[in-house]
Design a protein around this ligand. Structure first.
Ligand SMILES: Cc1cc2nc3c(=O)[nH]c(=O)nc-3n(C[C@H](O)[C@H](O)[C@H](O)COP(=O)(O)OP(=O)(O)OC[C@H]3O[C@@H](n4cnc5c(N)ncnc54)[C@H](O)[C@@H]3O)c2cc1C
Length: 237
């Protein structure tokens, strides 16, 4: 029997099924959870209207409510109590994808900003001819290449079947922070145009903010990296 609610579930208003991580015993937190395939037309499930978000408007997000929902055991994925472990493995893929998914969008922010700054003239010269602007864009491009190298390295190891927890956490952390840096700097160079709703860089500014929060916030990534470095208080590597 499932009771409770899940906040902010991506695409839930249009989902036929969800993959739910639910407590299925009173055991310790890492062995009391199971992954369950839940059909969304099961009696007792309801979904809130789509929530109004800062960004990511091409994907609906809503709250899902469970009121005495019964799901047959055959819908469980894997063994009972193995859900937490499977979810932790899935997170590596989700975080690696999250980092890889950022690269092209950030390059596009820079490319469109260069194009705009070549066209826009202030004080008798193109904006791009200000060293502070072309140096900053060069620096951000360099950072994007570093992110790409990290993503490639982690992906190669993942394909070989190695544990990429550390590299995937680093890539997700870096992607979130770099996304904020790139979109903020680029928006600045578009001036008032950058503050307009329809501007693609303004959209990137709103959308990429989620990367430092969703799928585990930056601080959670830092915690994982510290754990693997053996620097968490009271923990040994
Ligand atoms: C648009 C959107 C879509 C989402 N879709 C899904 C989905 O489909 N499925 C799903 O399961 N979840 C989904 N989520 C939830 C998302 O995974 C969580 O919002 C995210 O993991 C952060 O958890 P929280 O919101 O509970 O923040 P909290 O845990 O309340 O943390 C708030 C902030 O506190 C800080 N913090 C937290 N813990 C620590 C710590 N240990 N040390 C230092 N600082 C800390 C961080 O800055 C963090 O951002 C979605 C969220 C959003 C906004």
């Amino acid at each position: 029997m499932i009771n409770g609610s899940k906040m902010w579930i991506t695409n839930s208003p249009s989902a036929d099924f969800i993959c739910l991580l639910a407590n299925t015993s009173d055991d310790k937190p890492h062995i009391n959870k199971s992954l369950i395939m839940v059909p969304m037309n099961t009696p007792g499930i309801s979904v809130s209207p789509p929530l109004e978000k800062l960004g990511m408007h091409s994907s609906e997000t809503a709250q899902v409510f469970f009121d005495e929902v019964r799901i047959p055991q055959r819908n469980r994925i894997g063994h009972e109590g193995a859900g937490f472990m499977m979810q932790m493995l899935q997170f590596q893929e989700e975080r690696l994808f999250g980092a890889a998914n950022m690269i092209k969008g950030l390059e596009h922010c820079i490319d469109s900003t260069i194009a705009y700054c070549k066209e826009r003239r202030t004080f008798g010269k193109a904006l791009i001819d200000n060293q502070v602007i072309h140096f900053r864009l060069a620096e951000l491009s360099t950072e994007i290449e570093c992110l790409r190298a990290l993503v490639y390295q982690a992906t190669e190891q993942y394909i070989k079947g190695q544990d990429v927890t550390r590299l995937a956490s680093m890539a997700k952390l870096k992607a979130g922070r770099l996304g904020r840096d790139v979109s903020d700097s680029c928006l600045q160079y578009w001036g008032g145009m950058g503050f307009m709703w329809d501007n693609p860089v303004a959209r990137a500014y709103r959308d990429v903010r989620l990367v430092s929060i969703g799928g585990g916030a930056d601080e959670i990534m830092l915690g994982i990296i510290c754990k693997l470095m053996g620097t968490l208080p009271g923990k040994k590597s």
